[in-house]
Design a protein around this ligand. Structure first.
Ligand SMILES: *[C@@H]1O[C@H](CO)[C@@H](O)[C@H](O)[C@H]1NC(C)=O
Ligand SMILES: *[C@@H]1O[C@H](CO)[C@@H](O)[C@H](O)[C@H]1NC(C)=O
Length: 370
């Protein structure tokens, strides 16, 4: 009996001490990455006490849920959509996002029909090699108010005029709902990848005509090109992964996007701010041309940081960024893992992102008091 009591006491002590600075329930600090496995294009949304995460798995769409933001290794996880073969959205499922719009849950995602390999008779039209030429945006609709128990079924393709479209997101504004996505100017451009906007009449229907589609950002700055400052053509110059971000204090509306190229160290976040009243008017957007607003940190071996989404701490007082990055920049896409960090705001109301790294960092407010 005595031995047993000592044993339990010791186990409890070890648990308490080791929890002080490791990740997990009750921890005070955490380290990155928050998911040990390879993962890219993370999207997190907080809803009724849970964080929901989805990210690129290529063959299907997975949903994870957790009460904490800083450890996704041992959490509930399920496949919520697996497309049948032979369709235009059967392969290369990328960058899924879960949104609650007009009282329903929607998943918006990128996919293509042939594992990114167009036939030579399509490829020949492209200015550069263009494996992504058939990528388009699609929408799933969920049943019921709970995203965890909802059944998600295919709803529609989001019209991008039969042109390249990846990383689409919803942009919510007083004037309505919009689709912002990575686009080419013409069908076979391949590069540059710009940010396009169209108006929606509901989460799966585009109401803009092709001539009304607008480009609100192109990778024209040296830091948006690959390699940095590439002087002779737009190959690998990208604007992608747009994401709405609103300053909770001032109400300023930003679109944070990813720039340069996702497979190397220079991938970073750029910033647009809606300074006018019409999201469809390119001159109502002000671009931060002075450089990335979140970028590699070589002293901590944090490279290629981008494709972010944004959420709040459980206590609701802190803003957090969820993004992917690499420790080894020479291994390309396979080296990406999912990370989270707290961020703040500048005096002018724009987001002030931290240097990316591995921590340990303090856990979000309201976490760990379990
Ligand atoms: C974790 O805590 C232990 C004991 O307090 C300490 O020795 C160790 O350096 C800490 N590790 C980190 C990464 O902070
Ligand atoms: C599949 O994609 C091709 C090429 O973009 C398009 O022409 C065709 O209409 C699509 N099929 C369906 C059923 O949407």
């Amino acid at each position: 009996m005595f031995v047993l009591t000592i044993y339990f006491l010791a186990t409890w002590l070890v648990a308490v001490v080791s929890c002080q600075n490791t990740t997990g329930n009750g921890a005070l600090t955490f380290t990155n990455p928050v998911l040990d496995a390879t993962g890219a294009d993370p999207w997190v949304i907080r809803h009724e006490g849970y964080y929901y995460m989805t990210y690129t798995t290529n063959d299907d769409i997975v949903l994870l849920r957790s009460q904490i933001l800083t450890d996704w290794n041992i959490v509930e996880k399920k496949i919520i959509f697996q497309p049948p073969p032979g369709l235009n959205y059967s392969t290369d499922l990328w960058a899924p996002e879960l949104h609650f719009l007009s009282s329903k849950w929607y998943i918006i995602f990128t996919a293509d029909p042939h594992n990114d390999s167009p036939s030579p008779e399509v490829d020949m039209w492209c200015d550069f090699n263009c494996p992504a030429v058939h990528h388009r945006m699609y929408v799933l609709e969920g049943s019921g108010p709970d995203p965890w128990t909802a059944t998600f079924v295919y709803k529609a393709q989001l019209d991008t005029y039969d042109q390249f479209a990846i990383d689409g997101t919803y942009f919510q504004h007083a004037s309505g709902l919009y689709h912002i996505y990575s686009c080419w100017y013409r069908s076979y451009d391949a590069w540059p990848a710009n940010l396009c906007i169209t108006k929606l009449s509901n989460p799966w229907t585009v109401s803009s005509s092709f001539s009304e589609r607008q480009i609100i950002s192109s990778p024209t700055n040296a830091w948006e090109k690959t390699p940095y400052g590439r002087p002779f053509n737009d190959r690998l110059s990208s604007n992608e992964a747009p994401q709405q971000l609103t300053n909770p204090r001032t109400g300023q509306t930003f679109v944070i996007y990813s720039a340069a190229r996702s497979d190397n160290r220079n991938y970073c976040l750029g910033q647009l701010e809606l300074v006018g009243f019409d999201p469809m008017n390119p001159s109502d957007w002000r671009k931060h041309n002075d450089g990335c607003v979140f970028y590699q940190n070589p002293t901590e071996e944090a490279y290629g940081v981008g494709h972010a989404s944004f959420t709040k701490s459980p206590g609701g007082n802190e803003d957090w960024i969820v993004y992917h990055g690499m420790r080894d920049p020479s291994n390309g896409w396979a080296a990406r893992t999912i990370r989270v960090q707290r961020f703040g705001w500048n005096d002018n109301g724009s987001p002030r992102f931290p240097k990316p790294g591995y921590g340990p960092y303090n856990v979000p407010d309201g976490q760990g008091k379990i």
